[in-house]
Design a protein around this ligand. Structure first.
Ligand code: GAP
Length: 432
């Protein structure tokens, strides 16, 4: 239960908590901000890091058939010409003739401006690639683009990866990194931004086996979302007209945000679109030879592609609860930015502070641990609940006598005494 809050009110509260507690700040705020750009604070960094490391562990570390890559953000512009992004990565845009606000076609009802009701221009295609210049000259020969997806860096390194790793089809190349899109209408806090981080896998398979692997990846990715604590997720197959220019089939994984069901990941069957296009444009052979059968073919590729910020936002929405006198983020402990908080019951009793500090120093070797000695214990619990810390440990006068502490669990608020020497084991069982 989220309590009796309207969905929009709920989203505003979540966004306000995220800003107030230092998960997410508006980008360049002291200069009035910049639409579609955000900065991530200490807790936000940890949350994103937990998402990224869980993804990397599942997609790379635990698999024999996937290797990683970290390609440059700016690549030869021919990459994006070959991939079809320079000519085709666009959204239909309309402009209000009165207030000059711009909208994507699909945001318009009754052919009127949603902001002022004014008449709209004819729709035209707007390319979302961010342009820049490489080197001192600002002419057409030095134009380059910030990558709109990380995938390009994987396709152009296909030969390098094959020649430097012992890989046999099927195999994958994974990458996490920033992508940039000059979105017409950034919206819904960090849901649609102009700078975001993607986690992408390009999984190369033999043509004919693509549908089987596509189905497998959809199921595997869906299970991962459940494993990080997202319950309100569903799969949705994209209709032909919705798909990207390179896609034979796409299934989205959607999360039910307070503003509706929205994509957090797309799994696409890109066929041989990219390797064939880059072969043609670069003149380099990007085919694969099966060592056993000597068969040569251009692999097909299955691509699970997720956005870190959207997942972080979904985790915040899923975790947010209002209960009696507290606000609590019930993160899956794996995703919680801070795992444990340690408090001395009283800040002005050096013997309590000393023991609490010792426990804090020990635990922070293994977990992200918070220290708090301000105010009363109730306020400290409130503060930790609001950022989703699963366990709070209090050192009191009994601790000095009995070598134990009070451990309070976030969701149940139940408290129990635990021996100091058993704390690590206790937390390990519950936090993993
Ligand atoms: N390489 C495939 C690709 O880029 P996409 O569906 O355009 O596919 C994949 O993007 C994921 O990247 C999305 O599911 C979403 O999580 C994230 N994403 C895309 N555009 C975004 C934006 N403007 N703001 C935040 N995240 C975005």
């Amino acid at each position: 239960m989220k309590g009796n809050i309207s969905k929009i009110g709920l989203f505003e509260k979540i966004a306000s908590l995220a800003k107030r507690r230092g998960f997410i700040y508006p980008g360049s705020e002291i200069y009035g901000g910049l639409g579609g750009f955000y900065d991530w604070g200490h807790l936000g960094v940890k949350l994103k890091w937990n998402i990224e490391s869980s993804w990397w562990r599942e997609m790379v570390q635990l698999r024999d058939d996937v290797v990683g890559i970290d390609a440059a953000l700016i690549m030869n512009p021919k990459v994006w010409e070959a991939s079809g992004h320079v000519s085709g990565f666009s959204d239909p845009l309309v402009e209000c003739k009165k207030c000059h606000h711009r909208f994507k076609d699909d945001q318009i009802e009754d052919n009127k401006c949603p902001d002022c009701g004014g008449a709209l221009t004819e729709s035209r295609q707007f390319n979302m690639m961010f342009k820049t210049f490489v080197g001192p000259a600002e002419d057409s020969a030095s134009v380059a683009y910030l990558r709109p997806e990380t995938a390009g860096g994987i396709f152009v390194n296909f030969k390098n990866v094959l020649s430097t790793n012992r890989l046999k089809i099927p195999f994958g190349v994974a990458q996490m990194g920033k992508a940039f899109r000059n979105e017409i209408n950034p919206r819904d806090f960090v849901f649609r931004t102009r700078e975001f981080k993607q986690m992408e896998l390009e999984y190369f398979v033999k043509p004919g086996e693509d549908e089987k692997y596509f189905d497998e990846w959809v199921e595997r990715r869906f299970a991962w979302y459940k494993s990080i604590g997202l319950k309100n997720v569903r799969k949705r197959e994209q209709a032909k007209e919705e798909r990207a220019h390179y896609s034979k089939a796409t299934t989205d994984i959607e999360y039910e945000f307070p503003f509706g069901w929205q994509e957090i990941e797309g799994i696409a069957n890109r066929g041989d679109f990219d390797l064939s296009a880059h072969t043609k444009a670069s003149g380099q052979d990007l085919s694969y030879v099966d060592e056993e059968t000597k068969e040569r073919f251009v692999p097909y590729v299955i691509e699970p592609s997720a956005g870190v910020e959207r997942i972080a936002l979904a985790l915040l929405c899923e975790a947010y609860y209002e209960e009696k006198d507290r606000v609590v983020l019930k993160f899956n402990p794996k995703m919680a930015p801070i795992k444990v908080a340690v408090f001395p019951l009283l800040a002005n009793k050096p013997e309590l502070v000393k023991l609490a500090r010792k426990i804090y120093e020990e635990l922070r070797r293994e977990y992200t641990v918070a220290w708090d000695a301000r105010g009363n214990i109730g306020k400290r619990y409130y503060s930790q609940d609001e950022i989703g810390t699963p366990f709070c440990i209090t050192v009191d006068f009994d601790s000095l006598e009995k070598d134990d502490v009070t451990v309070r669990e976030r969701d149940t608020t139940k408290q129990e005494r635990v021996k100091i020497k058993e704390l690590k084991e206790y937390l390990k069982e519950r936090l993993g």
